[in-house]
Design a protein around this ligand. Structure first.
Ligand SMILES: Nc1ncnc2c1ncn2[C@@H]1O[C@H](COP(=O)(O)OP(=O)(O)OP(=O)(O)O)[C@@H](O)[C@H]1O
Ligand SMILES: [Mg+2]
Length: 232
């Protein structure tokens, strides 16, 4: 599906709110922009978290573009951008299960569902995974869906290790890495700086950058993109 001209579409979707969709979308946007890729973020959440963020911090315009969209505008605008842009389009879908969740997952090259290591998040991520698996079978098109374990304590307390067993039993496919709970992620919306554009003399920022670079490498590999092709 991905061609040299068509942008690569990555959707951040979860039937549950507050799992880190907007944060991970902003962080990945920064990581991809730091590698020189053109990045457009489509904000479908009615709270317009990312569009407001973009308006609040004018310096972000030098890194990426964010466009807020209503549910009814999504497919038309996406088609327009696919016809006219290259690089990456990241879609931040509202934290409920709705029409745009299915639309975004169907057209995306990859759908990412962030999930904390807690039962309610894992249950909802697994529900979406089953839904997308059925949909994929019915339409005869692969739908690539990965769970991003987010806000993980680097200390790995016992409850987290138990929750990881739940993840394995749930049938979802997690990335082979996790995103830790760290200040530079939480600061993105306060400072207007995704970790790649924050102060790297701070050790937590360097750790977040390393983690995001690992995630970016895994995403590019999963999509079969070498860097030149993705930048085209
Ligand atoms: N890895 C992380 N480390 C620290 N804080 C985090 C991390 N990921 C997310 N957060 C914090 O968790 C909160 C919820 O994150 P975010 O707004 O990205 O979730 P969301 O899924 O987009 O929520 P909604 O469904 O309301 O749109 C925010 O305060 C954010 O700063
Ligand atoms: Mg959000």
């Amino acid at each position: 599906m991905t061609t040299a001209m068509r942008p690569t579409i990555i959707a951040f979707a979860s039937p549950k709110g507050g799992v880190g969709k907007s944060t991970s979308c902003a962080c990945l946007a920064g990581a991809l922009a730091a590698r020189g890729y053109p990045v457009l973020v489509l904000d479908l959440d009615q709270n317009r978290t990312l569009e407001q963020w973009f308006k609040r911090f004018p310096d972000l315009a030098g890194i990426l573009t964010v466009e807020g969209l209503g549910e009814g505008e999504f497919m038309d605008r996406l088609k327009h951008h696919c016809d006219t842009r290259s690089g990456f389009i990241l879609v931040d879908v509202a934290g409920v299960y709705q029409k745009t969740t299915i639309q975004a997952a169907t057209v995306a090259d990859l759908t990412i569902t962030p999930s904390k290591l807690s039962a309610p998040d894992i249950i909802e991520a697994a529900k979406l995974h089953r839904e997308l698996t059925h949909l994929s079978t019915m339409i005869g098109k692969p739908i690539l869906h990965r769970v991003l374990l987010n806000e993980v304590s680097p200390l790995w307390p016992t409850y987290q290790r138990a929750a990881l067993e739940d993840v394995k039993r749930s049938g979802v496919e997690p990335f082979g890495m996790v995103v830790h709970q760290r200040a530079p992620y939480a600061e993105v919306f306060l400072t207007g700086q995704p970790p790649h554009f924050a102060n790297r003399t701070r050790e937590p920022v360097r750790k977040a950058v390393d983690q995001l670079d690992d995630l970016t490498d895994r995403i590019l590999a999963l999509l079969g993109l070498n860097e030149q092709k993705a930048a085209a």
